[in-house]
Design a protein around this ligand. Structure first.
Ligand code: NAP
Length: 312
């Protein structure tokens, strides 16, 4: 029987995802009808969802078996009271590779002190040698699909990596894995470079406030590709101005695009990147979607189901 799939993401993504999904469905042997405008919501079997798409009320999709997010972060939809079907988030190898490259690049920028040589109007012959990675502590808050991949890459490069997560699960033996409030304090107190890769939930919102910034070593670097709301902006600015934090590289913000008059734009020790750390890649993401539909059609458990209570 034909499976009806509704592409409920913003219109500009349709032409990009349509061919990738069509190829992935064919490869998975799915007899699927893909539409961005189904005539009857009651005939839809699966919704492919992304923020700013056409669906905010799922009530009419009475036959739908799952909502499949194109995004890794699902804070915009997870609390929607009309959504009663399983919600699967995006765990895409392409997205993961992108995040590993972005995080590694920005960690290396700060670790090696590259800025001093890129912008050097005084032509200073400053031969300060950076430490080796083996002598640099990097802390990653969030050791999920993205945080764990970054932690493993940095550990392979010899960085001393500490991670913090909700569950007390271990990664590779060289990575110190901590959890709980005590673990967070420990993780922050050694963080010469801090990377935030937590999802936005009720428990992680405003996590990095003045008290937690005060736990970081003097001169720490903050890199945030997670979510803007993980950070209390005013607390970060105060920590930057006091010198406790030497630099913040921020990819995500409470309001996006970052408003033109936000102090982050002109702060000399803040780098703003426009939410480009990692993007879902259509070909690999389409294969993930196709696999989940195949599983649904064969009575198998879906992959990457969001825990609605935990919020991620
Ligand atoms: P994930 O696989 O769900 O991992 C989330 C991690 O955070 C897990 O390790 C989880 O712990 C931990 N965590 C959640 N709540 C916690 C809490 N209250 N205390 C301690 N740890 C907690 O998510 P992901 O795929 O790695 O993605 C992480 C986030 O990156 C996304 O939610 C999104 O916000 C962001 N993101 C940004 C971009 C970008 O371009 N900037 C792109 C994609 C994603 P457990 O391991 O114990 O469950």
């Amino acid at each position: 029987m034909t499976v009806n799939v509704f592409f409920a993401a913003r219109a500009s993504l349709w032409n990009i995802y349509r061919p990738a999904l069509t190829r992935a469905f064919a490869k998975a042997g799915l007899d699927a009808s893909l539409s961005d405008d189904p005539s009857d919501p009651r005939s839809v079997d699966y919704l492919i969802h992304a923020p700013n798409g056409p669906v905010t009320d799922f009530t009419a999709f009475t036959r739908a078996k799952a909502v499949l997010s194109l995004w890794a972060g699902v804070e915009d939809v997870v609390g929607n009271p009309t959504l009663v079907q399983p919600l699967c988030r995006m765990v895409d190898p392409g997205l993961r590779e992108g995040m590993v490259e972005w995080v590694t690049g920005h960690v290396l920028r700060h670790h090696l002190g590259m800025d001093a040589h890129i912008v050097n109007p005084e032509r200073a012959w400053n031969r300060k040698t950076p430490p080796l990675a083996r002598d640099r502590n990097v802390t990653i808050l969030g050791l999920g699909a993205l945080g764990a991949a970054c932690a493993e890459t940095l550990a392979r490069m010899n960085f001393r990596v500490t991670g913090w997560r909700r569950s007390p699960k271990a990664l590779a033996s060289s990575i110190v894995c901590l959890s709980g409030e005590g673990g967070l304090k420990k993780a922050l107190s050694s963080a010469e470079i801090l990377v935030l890769l937590l999802p936005l939930t009720a428990r992680t919102s405003n996590l990095m406030d003045a008290n937690r910034f005060a736990l970081l070593p003097e001169g720490a670097i903050v890199i945030n590709p997670g979510r803007g709301d993980l950070i209390v902006d005013e607390a970060l600015l105060e920590a930057l101005n006091s010198g406790r934090i030497l630099h913040a590289t921020l990819d995500v913000f409470r309001t996006e695009p970052l408003p033109a008059d936000h102090p982050f734009w002109c702060h000399p020790r803040v780098t703003v990147t426009p939410h480009i750390a990692a993007e879902t890649r259509p070909d690999s993401a389409a294969r993930v979607i196709a696999e989940n539909i195949r599983r649904g059609e064969n009575g198998l458990p879906f992959l990457h189901v969001v825990d609605r209570t935990a919020g991620y």
